[in-house]
Design a protein around this ligand. Structure first.
Ligand code: DX5
Ligand code: ZN
Length: 218
């Protein structure tokens, strides 16, 4: 299925109202829900862990797409799987054994994703293509929402699309997606667009209509 999916990142939602925010954004057309887990070590910010993921899971009808910006990853895979993640994405930079990590994610019953920081080449995942269901191309340095799009991601997506060939692997873009940058990524071959600030801006749980307008504008 190569149709473009929009995955709002709850990093840009009201942290005191995740359940209601998720329901609102799904009702407004979100395809997946993107969940950013940060540890204050791999990235210079801290969000939340598996217990928050478990708490929000019942509010998600679509796909719970968990992006782990943590190191190490392996000790926490089972906890995020038990929390109900559909996709667990680990960074290739987060440790020396990405192949083992991806096998463990699939072994826990989840789809396995691998994320690449802006400075990491597409070729770094050449030998794990048969271990993944998704590759996440970061078009900002991970850690914060609302940053400026790094344009080298367009070329990286093209390379990945060629490397992937016929394999059923999603290409996800994360960071700085707006109505201006989204078409570049879709044209290069991405099929899942994560968007935080561009989806949640101007709306609220009390007035979620802007979420829908923002999603349709992407
Ligand atoms: C960044 C996160 C992103 C972030 C995107 O570390 O992985 O998912 O929420 O936010 P925007 O869309 O505002 O760049
Ligand atoms: Zn993310």
């Amino acid at each position: 299925d190569r149709s473009i999916k929009i995955a709002p990142s709850i990093l840009a939602a009201d942290f005191a109202n995740f359940g209601a925010e998720i329901k609102a954004v799904e009702a407004q057309g979100a395809d997946w829900i993107h969940v950013d887990v940060m540890d204050g070590h791999f990235v210079p910010n801290i969000t939340f862990g598996p217990e928050t993921c478990a708490a929000i899971r019942p509010h998600i009808k679509t796909v719970m797409d968990v992006h782990l910006m943590i190191a190490p990853v392996d000790p926490y895979i089972d906890a995020f799987a038990r929390a109900g993640a559909d996709v667990i994405t680990a960074h290739v930079e987060a440790g020396p054994h990405i192949h083992r990590t991806l096998q463990a994610i699939r072994g826990a019953g989840c789809k396995a994703g691998v994320a690449l920081n802006p400075g990491t080449p597409a070729e770094s995942i050449e030998y794990v293509l048969d271990q993944i269901d998704l590759v996440c191309v970061m078009t900002v340095n991970p850690g914060f929402g609302g940053q400026k799009f790094i344009t080298s991601g367009v070329e990286k997506v093209r390379r990945l699309r060629a490397m992937i060939g016929d394999r059923p692997i999603h290409i996800e873009i994360d960071g700085g997606i707006t109505p201006e940058t989204a078409p570049l990524m879709a044209e290069a071959g991405a099929d899942v667009l994560v968007a935080g600030s561009a989806v949640f801006k101007g709306g609220s749980v009390a007035d979620p209509a802007p979420y829908g307008a923002n999603i349709r504008a992407i």
